[in-house]
Ligand binder design. Structure first.
Ligand SMILES: *Cc1c(COP(=O)(O)O)cnc(C)c1O
Length: 414
């Protein structure tokens, strides 16, 4: 071998493959085969194997299998972002001319996506309170899916999944749930009757704030009517697995929304500590919410507060947890900015689910594309602050917020 040939083909035999305690990071574009016959067989789906990382990669498989197991699905697909996961899941079941029923209280990016889908001929009917009754009234012959966030970010509306699933299933429509803020530790939408679960893994699953990603988990129980769901017709022979198969071999593969192998690895490590983090985060959020609720002029929105309209769901669907997000209203945008600017530990950042406490003024950032009316329907007011509670010591967080609010009140410099 001459130099450049030796550079590429000399040595490089993997040591001890298959014995790693963590999945190896298969940071490759493609996988090599010993013969053309073997690669042909992989392409024909006659033998298992990876060919090209947009279509499948072992590091993604490791994360997919774990999340699928936690959610109780029949198959998961890791996407480049939460938005990619939502886009892929919806495009897999909707054609032009079809309709979606969605909650108004959604992550801002999701509302933006529904606006984009209008241009593809997919119309979304928004519902202020995504209840079973509201859906029953709006379902028509064009409706193909009901979409909502289990615990809406940031307004904290909780879906009554068993009731919604009953109405949806009666009409032959699946229920898709974005469970990013609930996390697989706090709640399991599939076990309550949802058909598909979506997560932005960028948030609590990763937990360390180091990579964007998303995942779709197919519950595999929905009995598709292939006349109604024409988008899945070509996949009829797969029956209840039609959605998984279409995602994996068609939409997800063709839109190119695969997760990066390094991000899959980082999220895999993050997932290891999801239970520990959520215990601490939920405890901290509960204590911080109760402390803030004592302060004059501050209106707190957190699920474990007994005055919260969705308080009953904490025990009914969320295993006693309130999640890691709380919001509070301050009286004015100016005051909200003063409070946020005065915080010492909470970082000003547009993210949630980090181990560090993060704060943001959503109206001026995440909901900048939405009209005031749409923003308010999503539970975002001009004076709202969103807090994604981290794993710091609760006493320090309570002191930080209490002092910042007091300073904003008096206008004192901190
Ligand atoms: C962040 C978020 C998304 C979008 O996820 P990305 O990974 O940022 O694309 C979707 N839904 C919810 C509830 C989110 O919080």
């Amino acid at each position: 071998m001459e130099f450049n040939t030796r550079l590429l083909h000399g040595g490089a035999i993997p040591v001890n493959p298959g014995r790693e305690i963590l999945p190896p990071i298969a940071q490759v574009t493609a996988f090599r085969y010993g013969s053309m016959e073997e690669l042909e067989s992989v392409f024909q789906h006659k033998s298992m194997g990876y060919a090209y990382s947009r279509i499948g990669n072992p590091t993604l498989t490791a994360l997919e299998q774990r999340i699928n197991e936690l959610e109780g699905g029949v198959g998961a697909v890791c996407c480049s972002s939460g938005m990619s996961a939502i886009t892929n899941a919806l495009l897999a079941v909707c054609n032009s001319g079809d309709e979606i029923i969605a909650a108004s209280r959604l992550y801002g990016g999701s509302i933006d996506l529904f606006h984009d889908l209008e241009k593809l001929g997919i119309h979304t009917v928004f519902v202020r309170e995504l209840t079973a009754e509201a859906c029953r009234e709006r379902i028509n012959e064009k409706t193909r899916v009901i979409f909502g966030e289990f615990i809406s970010n940031p307004s904290l509306q909780v879906l009554d999944i068993p009731a919604l699933a009953a109405v949806a299933h009666e009409a032959g429509i699946p229920l898709f749930v974005d469970s990013t803020t609930a996390t697989p530790y706090v709640a399991n939408p599939l076990s309550l009757g949802a058909d598909v679960v979506i997560h932005s893994t960028s948030k609590y699953i990763n937990g360390g704030g180091n990579s964007i990603g998303g995942v779709i988990v197919d519950g595999g129980k929905f009995a598709w009517d292939f006349e109604k769901h024409a988008a899945l017709r070509e996949f009829k022979k797969y029956g209840k697995r039609a959605l998984s198969v279409r995602l994996r071999t068609d939409i997800w593969e063709n839109t190119g929304g695969c997760m990066a192998p390094m991000n899959a690895f980082l999220s895999y490590i993050g997932l290891d500590t999801l239970g520990l983090r959520m215990e601490k985060i939920c405890k901290n959020a509960d204590r911080l919410a109760k402390a803030l609720a004592e302060l004059p002029g501050i209106e707190v929105n957190y699920l474990t507060l007994e005055t919260h309209p969705y308080h009953q769901y904490v025990d009914k669907e969320l295993n006693g947890y309130g999640g890691g997000i709380l919001t509070f209203r301050t009286g004015s945008k100016e005051k909200a900015f003063r409070i946020v600017n005065a915080l010492k530990y909470a970082l000003i950042a547009s993210n949630i689910g980090d181990i560090r406490t993060l704060v943001i003024h959503p109206a001026s950032t995440l909901y900048i594309h939405e009209a005031a009316e749409e923003r308010e329907a999503a539970g975002v007011f001009d004076d709202t602050i969103r807090v994604s509670v981290g794993i710091e010591d609760a006493e320090d967080l309570i002191r930080d917020f209490t002092e910042a609010i007091a300073a904003a009140e008096t206008g004192a410099e901190l």
